[in-house]
Design a binder for this molecule. Structure first.
Ligand SMILES: Nc1ncnc2c1ncn2[C@@H]1O[C@H](COP(=O)(O)OP(=O)(O)O)[C@@H](O)[C@H]1O
Length: 176
C-alpha cells in the first residue's frame, strides 16, 4: 500500500440492482467527500451506451469507451465507483471492493416498487440468489480486498457506512 501512487483509496461498490448501492454511496460520499461515480449515469452522460439489448432489456455498455473516460477520473484516488458489474474494470483501480447483498424477499419488494417485472425482475432476483456479483468480484480482485455487506435494514446501512469510513481511515494511516 505504501508504494501506491494514490493518497486516497478508490472503492468499488457493486451488487445486484436494488441492493442499495446508490443509497450507500450517497451517504458515504457525504461523509467522506469522496467522489461518487455512478457508472450507469456516466455511461449515459458520455454516450457509452450502444443499441438496446432486447434480452436483458437494457442498452449494451461500450466498456472500452467508458474505461477510457474513467481512467483519468480515478487516477488520483478518492473515488467511490458504483456499478452492478465489476469484472471489466482494471484491477489496479481499486483498493477495496464492497459487494452489497440483500435478502431475496426484500430485494423482490424493492425491485417491484421500482417497476421491475417479468424476466427483468426474475433475472435480478436470480443474480442475487446465485451470488453472481460476489463471485464476479472474487474472481476479478484479490479475495482479501473483497468484502460482503448485508444491507436489508436501515441499521445495517448505517453500520456499512461506518465500516467503510473506518476502513478509509485505516488505509490512509497505513499509507502515510
Ligand atoms: N438498508 C436499506 N434499508 C431499507 N431500504 C433500503 C436500504 N438500502 C436501500 N434501500 C432502498 O432500496 C431501494 C434500492 O436502493 P438503491 O440504492 O437504489 O439500490 P441500487 O443502487 O443497488 O440499485 C431504494 O428504494 C432504497 O431506498
Amino acid at each position: 500500500m505504501a508504494s501506491h501512487p494514490r493518497t486516497e483509496p478508490n472503492i468499488l461498490v457493486t451488487g445486484t440492482p436494488g441492493v442499495g448501492k446508490s443509497t450507500l454511496c450517497k451517504l458515504l460520499a457525504d461523509r467522506t467527500k469522496f467522489t461518487w461515480r455512478e457508472v450507469s449515469k456516466l455511461a449515459e452522460e458520455y454516450s457509452c451506451l450502444d443499441e438496446y439489448d432486447p434480452e436483458y432489456q437494457c442498452p449494451f455498455l461500450n466498456e472500452d469507451k467508458l474505461l477510457d473516460i474513467m481512467e483519468g477520473q480515478v487516477a488520483k484516488g478518492g473515488n467511490i465507483v458504483d456499478y452492478h458489474g465489476c469484472e471489466f474494470f482494471p484491477e489496479r483501480w481499486f483498493d477495496a471492493v464492497f459487494v452489497v447483498r440483500t435478502n431475496n424477499t426484500i430485494l423482490f419488494d424493492r425491485l417491484t416498487a421500482r417497476g421491475y417485472a417479468g424476466k427483468k425482475l426474475e433475472d435480478n432476483i436470480q443474480c442475487e440468489i446465485f451470488e453472481t456479483l460476489l463471485e464476479e468480484a472474487q474472481s476479478s480482485y484479490k479475495p482479501e480486498i473483497v468484502t460482503e455487506l448485508q444491507n436489508d435494514t436501515e441499521e445495517q446501512l448505517q453500520k456499512n457506512v461506518e465500516n467503510i469510513v473506518q476502513w478509509i481511515e485505516r488505509w490512509k494511516e497505513e499509507s502515510m
